[in-house]
Each structure stands twice: as structure tokens, then as C-alpha cells.
Design a protein. Structure first.
Length: 255
């Protein structure tokens, strides 16, 4: 074997050794652990960053809670925009304050004369900032949620109490607007005094009437017509009496 062949063999051995070392470096467990650590740290950083930022839309107001208790209450509710909190320790409770309509639904009510009818009810409201804390933490279930769960039972109770004071013909007849207006006023007053909610409109319409209503309506109209005819009759009688008295006085004055 000459000198050149020996050099060539040595080069080949060195190349093999280098390839083995490179492969060993490529699959070095310590490097893999190092990369995994960085990936975990980056993921933790992303989670912490996302957990510390929250956005409040224009339609809502919020309070920050720490260990399930609201903080900075004296500063008032947090308005729209991008805000920061301590992740994992603090959370956010929000409530819609913009104008919204609560479709209470179709409510069965009983009149004073024990007839059952169904009314369709809806309430349009706005929530002032001063009422946010009360609605989130002092009314029924605490924290974020649908306030209609607390309001609707009260609205329904008001409706049933008022309808129960009137008979069917007052609700479905000529006094309908007056009776339903009484309910609208009571709802607006109750929601404002008890929860601080600004009531913009209360919608009430009759969804269905009992089958007996038509019979009662015919009787009621007949009674009304009879009363009208009686009033006309007595008015005519009174006019005749007045006329008779005038004529009698005139005759007596001549004598």
C-alpha cells in the first residue's frame, strides 16, 4: 500500500467519524429538551398575555372580581375599550347596558271574574351605569348572566296582580288601554325603584281570549245599549217635565 492510498483511507475514516458525530449532535437529547423548554415558555407567555387582556364592547359594562369579590367598586363600572387584569386571579363580570327588548313571552293570567286569557308581554329597557353593580351582585344570582332570569318573574307577578283586579270586559273592552296602561306604569316604577333600570317601553297585547268572551261581549254590548236607551228615555222624560213646569207656571202667572 503506497502513501496516497493510506491518506485516502484516513480521509474516509475521518469522514465516517464526522458523520457519526453529526448524527449524534442532531439527535442530542439535551438539545431537544432545550428546544422544548423554549416552546413551553413561549406558550406560557401567550397564555398569560391573553389572560391579562380583555375587551369590553360598547353595549356592555363590567366589574373586575378578585377571588370572586368585586374590586374598585367606588370607581364605578368599566366601560368600553381594551383593559388589563391579573391572569388566573382576577376575572371579569359584564352586563349589557344598551337598549334591549326583553320578550317576556306569552303569559296566562286570570281576571277578577275568573276568566283565563293570554297576554304577550315585552319590555324595552336601558341600564344606567349606577345600576350595574346592583344588577350584577345584589339581584338574584351573582356575576355575569341574563338579568331576565331575575326580572321576568317579577314582571309576570305584577301583570297577574293587576289583571286579577279587573274583569274580562274591562281588559278586552273599552277600558283595555286604561287597564294595560296601569300595568305599564307599575312595571316601569318597579324596575326603576328596585333595580334602577330605565324602562323605555312596555308592550302588552292580547294573544288569545277565552271562548266565553264572545258571549260576554254580546251581553255586555246589549247591556250598554240598554243603559244608553234608558239614559235617553230619562233625559226625554226630564225635558218633558221641565217643559210641563214652564207651561204650568205661565198659566198660573196669567191668572
Amino acid at each position: 500500500m503506497n502513501y496516497n492510498e493510506m491518506l485516502e483511507q484516513l480521509k474516509q475514516k475521518e469522514e465516517k467519524i464526522m458523520r457519526v458525530e453529526n448524527k449524534t449532535e442532531e439527535f442530542n437529547p439535551m438539545k431537544i429538551v432545550h428546544y422544548v423548554k423554549w416552546v413551553v415558555l413561549i406558550l406560557i407567555g401567550i397564555i398569560v398575555f391573553k389572560g391579562s387582556i380583555y375587551s369590553v364592547p360598547q353595549t356592555e359594562m363590567c366589574y373586575i372580581t378578585q377571588f370572586q369579590k368585586p374590586i374598585n367598586v367606588n370607581d364605578g363600572p368599566i366601560g368600553a375599550g381594551l383593559h388589563f387584569k391579573i391572569p388566573f386571579i382576577q376575572s371579569v363580570d359584564c352586563i349589557q347596558v344598551s337598549r334591549s327588548t326583553d320578550n317576556v313571552g306569552i303569559v296566562s293570567v286570570t281576571t277578577k271574574d275568573t276568566f283565563t286569557l293570554k297576554l304577550k308581554v315585552g319590555v324595552t329597557t336601558e341600564i344606567p351605569s349606577a345600576a350595574v353593580y346592583r344588577l350584577l351582585y345584589q339581584t338574584g344570582r351573582q356575576g355575569s348572566g341574563d338579568i331576565t332570569e331575575n326580572l321576568n318573574p317579577n314582571i309576570i307577578n305584577i301583570l297577574r296582580n293587576i289583571i286579577g283586579k279587573h274583569d274580562l270586559m274591562q281588559i278586552a273592552g273599552e277600558d283595555r288601554e286604561k287597564t294595560l296602561g296601569e300595568f305599564q306604569t307599575a312595571v316601569a316604577l318597579t324596575l326603576m325603584t328596585q333595580w334602577g333600570i330605565d324602562v323605555k317601553e312596555v308592550q302588552v297585547s292580547i294573544d288569545s281570549l277565552p271562548a266565553e268572551y264572545k258571549v260576554r261581549l254580546i251581553k255586555w254590548r246589549h247591556k250598554q245599549m240598554v243603559n244608553v236607551e234608558r239614559k235617553k228615555h230619562w233625559r226625554l222624560v226630564m225635558l218633558m217635565l221641565v217643559d210641563y213646569n214652564l207651561k204650568l207656571r205661565q198659566k198660573l202667572s196669567r191668572h
